[in-house]
Design a protein around this ligand. Structure first.
Ligand code: NAP
Length: 292
């Protein structure tokens, strides 16, 4: 089968241009520049990279961004009081705390301290609750990015069987809710699979759309996919490679080379869901700024 790529890189570029245009309009009418604040605790390499990408994306669309850094010795109380201070800062529209935080700090408390109005990561229970009820809410970035990709490529979800593999709070669970929602990008029949699912292969083989968010490189193989399926790969894994200058390359949860020929559409890794995730964060920040 001649598969088509769900090009997250290109789609996210288009969306960024649309956001940049909207920012220009806001500024030309005397409005305030949207402002995203990011808190980074410690020096974890992956977190540093993610935050740097987010700050760069803010610059690309004309947002103001503030990166607030703390040593990993910061106490939970100190971090909470900084979040409360930002919650009250009129100039800041969106706030993200890069996760994970050090073990002595409760992730749950941090998530609950961020004001739901500034929670552009969509992690606060109020936003997750509202999203689940189909109300206006900040939807977390990766699930929203997946939905936007599906929408921009006009992939029909209504009446389709979607199999989501992985039930994490940040990817699998919310995307399964969004796909089953009574909406233009929902109305699917969704099966949510996890490590205790029996007959995973048989269930996947019935799927019109497979969303792989497992965290295991190359987990989804061609014998799990039916001809003509749409496959969306959320996984990101750094693997050694002697074919790149850096000595490594990125791979997903799907065995792309073998699975792609069976698909109508498939996301590449890199350049699929990853760039869409950052763009969703920008979209949420713009919404937060416009609400004011
Ligand atoms: P996670 O929290 O580790 O969750 C993994 C899920 O996969 C769990 O629900 C787990 O089941 C399930 N699972 C594990 N082994 C399985 C098996 N053998 N069969 C069926 N299900 C299995 O992972 P995550 O945070 O959702 O992330 C998933 C992947 O996406 C990772 O590679 C991550 O790096 C990547 N990611 C990418 C982006 C992006 O922007 N592209 C964003 C977020 C995450 P149990 O619940 O039963 O343990």
């Amino acid at each position: 089968m001649n598969y088509k790529l769900l090009d997250g890189k290109e789609t996210s570029k288009q969306i960024k241009e649309e956001i940049a245009e909207e920012v220009k309009q806001i500024i030309s009418k005397g409005g305030k520049r949207p402002h995203l604040a990011a808190i980074l605790v410690g020096n974890d390499g992956a977190s540093e990279t993610y935050v740097a990408h987010k700050v760069k994306a803010c610059e690309q669309v004309g947002f103001k961004s503030s990166l607030i850094r703390f040593e990993d010795t910061i106490t939970e109380d100190e971090l909470i009081s900084k979040i409360k201070e930002i919650n009250l800062d009129e100039d800041i529209d969106g706030l993200i705390v890069q996760l994970p935080v050090p073990k002595h700090i409760s992730e749950e408390k941090i998530i609950e301290t961020v004001s739901p109005e500034k929670d552009v990561d969509g992690f606060h229970p109020i936003n997750i609750g509202r999203m689940t009820l189909g109300m206006n809410a900040f939807v977390s970035a990766t699930p929203q990015g997946i939905i936007d990709l599906i929408q921009r490529y006009n992939i029909k979800t209504s009446g389709k069987h979607c199999v989501v593999i992985g039930r994490s709070n940040i990817v699998g669970k919310p995307v399964s809710i969004l796909l089953s929602q009574k909406s233009n990008t929902g109305n699917a029949t969704v099966t949510l699979c996890h490590s205790r699912t029996t007959n995973l292969k048989e269930i996947c083989k019935q799927a019109d759309i497979v969303i792989a968010a497992i965290g295991k490189q190359g987990f989804v193989t061609e014998d799990m996919i039916k001809e003509g399926a749409v496959v969306i790969d959320v996984g990101i894994h750094r693997v050694k490679s002697d074919k790149t200058k850096t000595g490594w390359k990125l791979k997903g949860d799907v065995d792309f080379e073998k699975v792609a020929p069976k698909c109508t559409y498939i996301t590449p890794v890199p350049g699929g869901v990853g760039p869409m995730t950052i763009v969703s964060l920008l979209k949420n920040t713009l919404i937060a700024a416009k609400k004011k």
